[in-house]
Ligand binder design. Structure first.
Ligand code: HEM
Ligand SMILES: *[C@@H]1O[C@H](CO)[C@@H](O)[C@H](O)[C@H]1NC(C)=O
Ligand SMILES: *[C@@H]1O[C@H](CO)[C@@H](O)[C@H](O)[C@H]1NC(C)=O
Ligand SMILES: *[C@@H]1O[C@H](CO)[C@@H](O)[C@H](O)[C@H]1NC(C)=O
Ligand SMILES: *[C@@H]1O[C@H](CO)[C@@H](O)[C@H](O)[C@H]1NC(C)=O
Ligand SMILES: *[C@@H]1O[C@H](CO)[C@@H](O)[C@H](O)[C@H]1NC(C)=O
Ligand SMILES: *[C@@H]1O[C@H](CO)[C@@H](O)[C@H](O)[C@H]1NC(C)=O
Ligand SMILES: CC(=O)N[C@H]1CO[C@H](CO)[C@@H](O)[C@@H]1O
Length: 331
């Protein structure tokens, strides 16, 4: 009798744990194995076909995943053009999103997936997989992307403003921002390493050249002087230039290498947020270790941090929805 009781308790416990873990929202590798077995292959094929024609999109797509995850979790909300409650004020409209690219690429992938298995693969998973596959195709690191994310129905510009750290962030703001997403200082350093690829527009850093701390003519003393003059003479010739693009890792902005960290140590990180990583002894020593280590080691650690970022506040199970079109919530 007591034996049955124990077994009974044990079974009840198993069921409770089962419920707890499923409602906890676990992503899993190859979530679409049964529902859409070709899903990951379709995405990979699309990326392998398209990215070599437009390799600069790899950086844009990686950044898109970051912006998605930092606002309401990785739920595809960054892709929405309008929702019923926020009308045109979606995340895209917010200042940090004005330079996002890659939306039509995501739409193209979604179209290919809808043709194979309609209504099955979420836009949030597409963003996560496309980011990884694009980086891999351009010769960068690979990381695991567990799937099963569901799409959100809300996208709000003021939340994007509040959650995406601005390039003027100091160390403590970055630490707070990342901590609020469950990411630690090591993650902050590693993920900032994404700035080894891609470009920026002048307004993201021109106050460092022209108007530091709001004082006209003042330059950011933490930025290498020669680098600053070059940027002023050759790139951002006026503080109003909002069209010129600048490599964040000059000469190496299509290579996923360690040179971003080398530049940051030489006071040549483009943003105040890059420079801020050397203002804490902890993050500075992480950077020193990375620079001394191998590329392989950076790739492995970057991958772990990306997997962590890809799990921020994900919606799973029956939460959210699987959008039909990535730019709009289902009606
Ligand atoms: C630590 C806080 C971060 C700040 C303040 C920041 C800020 C920025 C800014 C201002 C730009 C340039 C936008 C423009 O003017 O065009 C940029 C570009 C970029 N960021 Fe970040 N970022 C951060 C973290 C990250 C993370 C975590 C990732 C990805 C894991 C990332 C990936 C990228 C990439 C790949 C680009 C280049 C995009 C392109 O070429 O279109 N950033 N970032
Ligand atoms: C959403 O906005 C993007 C530009 O931000 C545009 O290219 C796309 O056509 C729009 N999609 C819809 C469904 O309105
Ligand atoms: C958007 O988010 C802000 C800040 O959280 C909130 O005050 C505002 O009410 C939201 N707007 C809508 C339309 O939900
Ligand atoms: C939203 O649309 C209205 C009317 O079309 C316009 O007046 C307003 O400026 C728009 N807001 C934003 C942030 O684009
Ligand atoms: C960092 O920036 C935040 C937000 O702008 C500000 O409130 C804080 O005082 C700054 N911290 C330091 C140490 O400068
Ligand atoms: C310089 O910065 C201050 C404070 O942010 C601002 O009020 C001023 O308009 C800026 N000057 C120029 C020329 O952009
Ligand atoms: C960008 O610069 C152009 C020309 O200086 C100006 O017309 C436009 O309003 C600017 N856009 C933004 C978003 O500041
Ligand atoms: C990609 C995207 O949607 N960018 C938008 C950012 O916001 C400006 C207006 O503030 C729009 O013009 C862009 O289309």
């Amino acid at each position: 009798m007591s034996k049955f009781g124990d077994l009974g308790n044990f079974l009840v416990l198993c069921i409770l744990l089962g419920i707890a873990s499923s409602s906890h929202g676990q992503l899993q590798l190859n979530f679409y194995a049964k529902s859409c077995p070709q899903a990951e292959k379709i995405i990979q094929d699309y990326v392998q076909k398209q990215i070599p024609n437009a390799p600069s999109l790899a950086a844009a797509l990686l950044r898109l995943h970051f912006h998605d995850c930092f606002v309401r979790g990785c739920d595809g909300s960054v892709l929405l053009n309008f929702t019923s409650s926020t009308k045109n004020q979606t995340e895209k409209v917010a200042v940090p999103n004005q330079t996002l690219r890659g939306f039509s690429f995501i739409d193209g992938v979604k179209k290919a997936l809808e043709a194979e298995c309609p209504g099955v693969v979420s836009c949030a998973d597409i963003v996560a997989l496309v980011a990884r596959d694009s980086v891999v195709v351009t010769g960068g690191p690979y990381w695991k992307v567990p799937t099963g994310r569901r799409d959100g129905r809300i996208s709000n510009a003021s939340e994007a403003l509040a959650n995406i750290p601005p390039p003027t962030s100091n160390f403590s703001s970055l630490q707070t921002s990342f901590a609020s997403k469950g990411l630690d200082l090591k993650d902050l350093v590693l993920l900032s390493g994404a700035h080894t690829i891609g470009v920026s527009h002048c307004p993201s850093f021109s106050s460092r050249l022209y108007n530091f701390t709001g004082v006209w003519g003042k330059k950011d003393p933490s930025l290498d002087t020669e680098y600053a003059s070059n940027l002023k003479m050759k790139k951002c010739k006026s503080i109003n230039d909002n069209t010129t693009i600048v490599e964040m890792d000059p000469g190496s902005s299509s290579k996923f290498d360690l040179s971003y960290f080398q530049l940051v140590l030489k006071r040549k990180g483009l943003f105040q947020s890059d420079a801020a990583l050397t203002t804490s002894a902890t993050t500075k020593s992480f950077i020193n270790e990375l620079v001394k280590g191998s590329l392989k080691q950076f790739y492995a650690e970057f991958g772990v941090a990306m997997e962590k970022m890809g799990k921020i506040e994900v919606k799973t199970g029956s939460a959210g929805e699987i959008r039909k079109h990535c730019a709009a919530v289902n009606t």
